[in-house]
Design a binder for this molecule. Structure first.
Ligand SMILES: NC(=O)c1ccc[n+]([C@@H]2O[C@H](COP(=O)([O-])OP(=O)(O)OC[C@H]3O[C@@H](n4cnc5c(N)ncnc54)[C@H](O)[C@@H]3O)[C@@H](O)[C@H]2O)c1
Length: 428
């Protein structure tokens, strides 16, 4: 099929490559010139394993192209995915301004083309947005619509390419059989389970999935704090809990909380949307509250163990919200760094990929490029993101270090010699 994708971020670009991989011809569009230039040169505009190789391959073959011109994208395709960002606004609500703008530009180009076109929403949007906001905008432009659909995206950064090529499931929220058949055939080569529903249900499936996973993490973190004061290790507890096939061991690893471009903004948007309809959300309110507690709790324990923070040089290892990405959106390293600074700590940071992005969030923090130099500078280490390079680092040979705090159970305390060690969720 001839496909266009509006928005060339993590979702747009990986979806384009997955569809090109299975035989479609794809035009990517973005309003960011930097992104388009980078894609045309066969370089991913962000760090994501596996993307660069596939991208340069498909750019060379011509199966993926990139443009800033809406008319070129629409004229060269029969079906358009909308994959622009839907970030959190200052009130914690979903900011729909990018998707509204993208829908208007897409509609105007379809109207000028004058041939029936399918539009599929892939961005995460609140229930009712596809039919209640995006479709009216498209109709208002005079676009000749074949149909509209909503297919939420479930990829995980760090394994986005693998997830786009082999998704767990494909949810097709549509209003007619023809659109369902078209989309089912498009995703057929991924050999995934397919669920058909209406667009509003598809939208809610995405929010409910993210809210459930965020709930699991906050639950593990709350149990973790109880374990710490009870003299039990939460990782031993969750190993037993996760053996229950109804529960599964995933998302039960206690730590400093969830970050990233999805969970915090999606749970927050759903809470605000429910509240706007007069509905209370005590469970999800607690999920967010718990997530705010964890970074402060970690710093509280650090202060207790170190006696005083204000004279210490503290190095945060891992600034991305998870390994294998350079994405720092809502990373838990930020509230930890801010809390340590507020209490007078001298804070530095290191990350194999995300240093420059983190510097845009906290410009006064020293960010090291070289790991050895960073560790030599530090007195105290706090591990926030479990990059493999930290796992085998010889911290034990660095006799000047006072203490290692492990937020992700990455470091083997047996290799630390006389250096102090505490891992989140272990007895205090
Ligand atoms: N990143 C993830 O892990 C992930 C996973 C599942 C779902 N999602 C959802 O997918 C959507 C996209 O997320 P992302 O992480 O790829 O975002 P992103 O910020 O990486 O990329 C969005 C892109 O859209 C472009 N854009 C903004 N306005 C535009 C316009 N009017 N026309 C054309 N391009 C425009 C931006 O320049 C940017 O390149 C969001 O709704 C997000 O919640 C993200």
């Amino acid at each position: 099929m001839k496909i266009s994708i509006i928005g060339s971020g993590y979702v747009g670009l990986t979806t384009a490559l997955a569809l090109a991989h299975t035989g479609s011809s794809v035009i990517l569009l973005d309003v960011s010139e930097d992104r388009i230039v980078s894609i045309r040169e066969g370089r991913a505009p962000f760090y994501e394993p596996g993307v660069d190789g596939l991208l340069s391959d498909h750019i060379r073959k011509g199966s993926v192209r990139a443009t800033m011109d809406y008319q070129e994208a629409i004229n060269g395709s029969d079906l358009t995915f909308l994959a622009v960002g839907t970030p959190m606004d200052s009130d914690g609500r979903m900011d729909a301004s990018y998707i509204k703008a993208a829908a208007r530009s897409t509609g105007e180009a379809i109207a000028r083309k004058g041939v029936p076109h399918i539009v599929v929403v892939k961005s995460t949007v609140l229930p009712g947005t596809t039919e209640g906001v995006i479709l009216p905008i498209l109709k208002d432009t005079g676009a000749t619509m074949a149909s509209i659909a909503m297919c939420p995206e479930f990829l995980r950064e760090g394994s986005a390419m693998e997830d786009a090529l082999h998704p767990d499931r494909v949810v097709i929220g549509c209003l007619d059989d023809t659109t369902f058949t078209t989309l089912k055939e498009l995703f057929e080569p991924t050999d995934s389970r397919v669920l058909r529903c209406d667009p509003t249900t598809a939208e809610m499936i995405k929010y409910a999935s993210n809210s459930f996973l965020a709930t699991k993490i906050s639950f593990a973190n709350e149990i973790s704090r109880i374990c710490e004061v009870t003299g039990i290790d939460v990782y031993d507890v969750m190993e037993g809990v996760g053996m229950d096939s109804r529960i599964s061991p995933q998302f039960l690893r206690a730590g400093a909380g969830f970050g990233g471009s999805c969970f915090p903004k999606d749970v927050s948007a759903l809470i605000r949307a429910a509240s706007d309809k007069g509905m209370k959300t005590p469970l999800m309110d607690s999920v967010m509250l718990n997530n705010d507690i964890q970074p402060v709790h970690l710093v509280d324990v650090m202060e207790e163990k170190l006696g005083v923070i204000s004279d210490k040089r503290i190095l945060i290892l891992g600034l991305a919200f998870k390994p294998d990405t350079d994405d720092v959106r809502e990373t838990r390293s930020l509230p930890v760094a801010k809390e340590l600074s507020t209490r007078g700590g001298v804070v530095g940071g290191h990350d194999p990929q995300a240093g420059p992005n983190f510097a845009t969030l906290m410009s006064d923090m020293r960010i090291f490029k070289d790991l050895d130099e960073a560790v030599d500078w530090a007195e105290v280490i706090i591990l926030m993101t479990e990059w493999p390079v930290y796992r085998n680092y010889p911290f034990g040979e660095k006799g000047h270090l006072l203490f290692v705090f492990d937020g992700r159970r990455t470091i083997d305390p047996k290799r630390l010699g006389k250096i102090g060690y505490w891992a989140m969720g272990s007895p205090l």
